[in-house]
Write a protein that binds this ligand. Structure first.
Ligand code: GLC
Length: 559
């Protein structure tokens, strides 16, 4: 099959609000990004994913879109974006836009029209239902952000009905059953492709289809999020039968265009149902990212979990599906804090985690700051937090009787703000992010952890990531090789080969703080040449055993 550009890509997610502020208003912007394109190029990035840049009241930092065809003024203008896009293209980098198709902002013109009357042409763009006879919500669905009383329905005085919102109250769900809405969306997406972008990251794309008839959920409530009789039940709106025809139509009308790459956010997608979304012959999505490794609340990654997840997904890959490799993004914790060691072994474990993502099958996506080993943050007051998944649940916990300190501790560890604090460029004021007051506080560890310091350090994470992206360019086994795990029952050491016709590579990684010895399997003893190591380079694997320091990893060519 003909190779597509994205199969060899190195992705990088930019959360513009926190990346680089060029005008001192405390908010990152497009000119800021443009000024930093050279460093991304140096890193080896070939595809940038922008978290939403559209005009928005910012209830969820842009995932609440008020106008899909305008740039949010804090970020700049359409001209700034065009300039950035052209420059990125001239430097060999593609650009994909986040596209939020499950919901819009309540400040979107469509919603403002929709609420006006039952016969408004936009009425059907959203999901409206009358109150029950006693005035209560149409069903017992709860919302993910848990705002208000916890319901996924909000009463609208103007409309005289409730509307559905799976997320925030200001984020009404769009009605994909409505043909006029679908047509409107296709037009808008095509105009973006005409503008010159290279594809889309599709926000919560598995949630467009709702359970027919919108029945009550039968799930047992789990407080504190499930409260007042409302339950957050993913199954009511995720992977519901009927999602595939929606995606096929999107593909037929938009995504099939030459060079357009789509990457779906795969809530509820597992190796067992992924094929339906991503096999090329299905003509739905080009790729998907899943949550089996990088779950915000999940425990630290274990060697066993890593092997199981990667093996299952590799089968999807063998049958022709493409998926994304990542350990963090704007919705997660910082990966070195969640899965590595963010104090003693920070740089070493950051390099190891990067190695796992860049040497397994799929498209690696780096999240801004990961390449310098940025870490989680801990604010002392809920006032300093911004994320809806933090503030909403915090109040739900207080409502359920928890004391504020415990509630804060509970939400802080898994807050998405861990990943959203401003990028740390240098040790100057506000980490060089802004000359103004940053919209979200800078991580206090910026004096030690910043790009400038990292580049000057012997154990630079950035330089190591550069080697990883170079490895991908130079070794075909990284892109197309099959995946085989060795030493499968080892509790700490992850070891696998990637093999294609031309070569075999071997990756060994000690996912623990213990020193470990790893027995070199007979067939490869004496045949391994070290290509990359997160400590001193290993020479050759000649003896019977390889000793590995805490968090040590290495990549070898098997010759
Ligand atoms: C996705 C986004 C997340 C957002 C949510 C609602 O999960 O990645 O940031 O809050 O969708 O749009």
């Amino acid at each position: 099959m003909e190779k597509k550009w994205w199969q060899e890509a190195v992705g990088y997610e930019i959360y513009c609000k926190s990346f680089c502020d060029s005008d001192g208003d405390g908010i990152g912007d497009l000119r800021g990004v443009t000024s930093k394109l050279p460093i991304l190029k140096e890193l080896g990035v070939t595809c940038i994913w922008f978290a939403p840049l559209y005009a928005s009241p910012q209830a969820d930092n842009g995932y609440d879109v008020a106008d899909y065809e305008a740039i949010h003024p804090d970020y700049g203008t359409m001209e700034d974006f065009k300039e950035l896009l052209d420059l990125a293209h001239s430097m060999g980098m593609r650009v994909i836009m986040d596209m939020v198709l499950n919901h819009s902002s309540d400040e979107h013109r469509w919603f403002q029209e929709s609420r006006k009357s039952k016969d408004n042409p936009y009425r059907d763009y959203y999901i409206w239902r009358p109150a029950k006879a006693d005035g209560s919500e149409p069903n017992n669905w709860g919302s993910y952000f848990g705002e208000g009383n916890g319901s996924a329905w909000q009463w609208d005085e103007v409309a005289g009905e409730y509307y559905l919102h799976q997320y925030g109250i200001k984020m009404p769900d769009l009605n994909w059953e409505c043909k006029a809405l679908r047509e409107e969306i296709y037009g808008m997406l095509n105009r973006w492709l005409d503008f010159g972008i290279d594809g889309f990251r599709l926000d919560v794309i598995t949630r467009l289809k709702k359970m027919p008839g919108l029945p009550d959920s039968l799930k047992k409530p789990i407080p504190p999020m499930d409260r007042n009789g409302f339950v957050v039940d993913r199954n009511m709106c995720t992977n519901v039968e009927g999602i595939h025809p929606i995606l096929r139509e999107l593909n037929e009308r938009v995504f099939c265009r030459e060079g357009c790459f789509t990457m779906g956010e795969g809530a509820g997608v597992t190796p067992f149902n992924a094929a339906e979304y991503i096999l090329p012959e299905r003509r739905e999505l080009d790729s998907i990212y899943h949550f089996q490794l990088a779950s915000r609340k999940g425990p630290r990654l274990t060697a066993e979990q890593f092997r199981t997840v990667q093996k299952n997904w590799a089968k999807v890959g063998e049958s022709g599906g493409t998926y994304i490799q990542y350990l963090s993004n704007h919705d997660s914790q910082r990966q070195v804090s969640q899965h590595g060691s963010d104090l003693q072994w920070r740089t070493r474990s950051a390099r190891l985690l990067g190695t796992l993502i860049h040497t397994t099958p799929g498209i690696p996506f780096i999240y801004q700051g990961e390449e310098i080993g940025m870490v989680n943050v801990r604010f002392d007051s809920i006032e300093d937090y911004n994320c809806c998944y933090t503030v909403g649940p915090y109040h739900a916990m207080l409502e359920s009787g928890m004391d504020p300190a415990t509630a804060l501790a509970e939400v802080a560890r898994t807050s998405r703000d861990n990943a959203r604090t401003p990028y740390q460029w240098n040790a100057e004021k506000n980490a060089g992010f802004t000359t103004g007051k940053p919209w979200l506080k800078v991580n206090p560890r910026y004096e030690q952890i910043n790009l400038e310091a990292d580049l000057a350090a012997e154990d630079s994470v950035f330089r190591y990531y550069q080697s990883l992206t170079a490895l991908r360019r130079e070794h075909p086994a990284i892109v197309e090789g099959s995946l085989t795990f060795l030493s499968e029952d080892d509790p700490d050491v992850i070891c696998y080969t990637r093999s294609c016709e031309k070569e075999t590579l071997l990756v060994v990684a000690n996912l623990s703080e213990r020193e470990r010895e790893w027995e070199i399997p007979h067939p490869i003893r004496g045949r391994c040449r070290c290509l990359l190591c997160n400590m001193e380079k290993k020479i050759g694997l000649t003896g019977e055993k390889l000793s590995l320091a805490p968090w040590e990893c290495a990549v070898f060519a098997v010759e």
